[in-house]
Design a binder for this molecule. Structure first.
Ligand code: AMP
Ligand code: MN
Ligand code: MN
Ligand code: MN
Length: 280
């Protein structure tokens, strides 16, 4: 059976591996299907596309969107949407601006706490990638302000620490609508570590198509419970390794190991196909 990984990051957001190289690695691992789900951008997907074609890897359009729900940031995976859809491109543009503005505010906030980092340093760390908190964390590590990325999050960058910082991310309702209008499907990313069962039920009512049941943060029981919930609600099961390639060596414990079965990929593609037929 062909295995899939529907959750990966590249240098187009906060990953360490170039999109083209990720496809090569996927090929080495024997994956049949891959989705590059960078944060709020499809630039990595676009760069990887020709390489995937050459190597015979099935590359789905993908993105991990940050959405606002009840004053919280939630991660929504979008798949199989039309990559040229104007509504989708508009959303991605707005999300990119929201990220930049949020980082300006985060850096100002950190300065007020006596953390000596500059927005230009964070931008340099992000390079051409969509800017995010891991880039700020890297700067803090490089400057010796913290010993690790984990410490940077615990002490300065967690949602709790940044609670009062306003963001312009799109609402959950809008994110679901835009991806579906673009002929795509949406899945709730890594719910296990973040939400109560009641909160997941609440988000499902926004019209989600699937739940990311398979994720490195889900143990077997969590995975089984979400799969049951997906089945009860007639939702897709999605999953992947959430590969960021940030380890010091090439070794990444989940890439090629935490995978999704072919039947789930087929169900996802069927749903997106039906939706495209309806939205034409
Ligand atoms: P942002 O895109 O700015 O919202 O930053 C969120 C990203 O930071 C996630 O996608 C993870 O890659 C990373 N992240 C979140 N929490 C942690 C943590 N505790 N340690 C390391 N990385 C984290
Ligand atoms: Mn990330
Ligand atoms: Mn995420
Ligand atoms: Mn992710």
């Amino acid at each position: 059976m062909g295995k899939a990984d529907l959750h990966t990051h590249t240098t187009a957001s906060d990953g360490a591996v170039k999109p083209e190289d990720l496809i090569k690695r996927a090929n080495e691992k024997g994956l049949k299907t891959l989705a590059i789900t960078d944060h709020d951008t499809i630039k990595g997907y676009k760069l990887a596309k020709p390489v995937a074609k050459e190597l015979g890897i099935e590359l789905l359009t993908g993105v991990e969107l940050t959405a606002l729900w009840e004053n919280r940031e939630v991660h929504i995976l979008g798949y199989c949407f039309d990559e040229d859809n104007p509504g989708m491109l508009k959303l991605l543009g707005a999300q990119k601006r929201a990220r930049r503005k949020r980082m300006d505010l985060i850096v100002d906030h950190l300065k007020s706490k006596g953390v000596d980092i500059d927005i230009e340093e964070v931008k340099a760390e992000a390079g051409r990638g969509n800017i995010g908190r891991p880039h700020a964390a890297e700067v803090m590590v490089n400057k010796g302000i913290v010993a690790s990325i984990g410490e940077a999050f615990i002490r300065y960058l967690s949602s709790e620490k940044l609670e009062d910082i306003q963001t312009d991310y799109s609402s959950l309702r809008n994110v679901v609508e835009v991806v579906q209008q673009a002929g795509g499907a949406v899945s709730l990313a890594h719910p296990g570590r973040l939400y109560s069962a009641a909160e997941v039920d609440q988000m499902i009512t926004f019209g989600l198509d699937g739940i990311e049941c398979i994720h490195p943060s889900h143990n077997f029981t969590v995975q089984r419970n979400f799969s049951k919930k997906a089945s009860t609600n007639n939702l897709l099961v999605t999953g992947g390794s959430d590969f960021h390639g940030k380890g010091k060596s090439d070794y990444d414990p989940y890439f090629g190991i935490v995978t999704l079965g072919e039947q789930h990929v087929m169900a996802l593609k069927r749903l997106a196909q039906r939706r495209k037929e309806l939205t034409i």
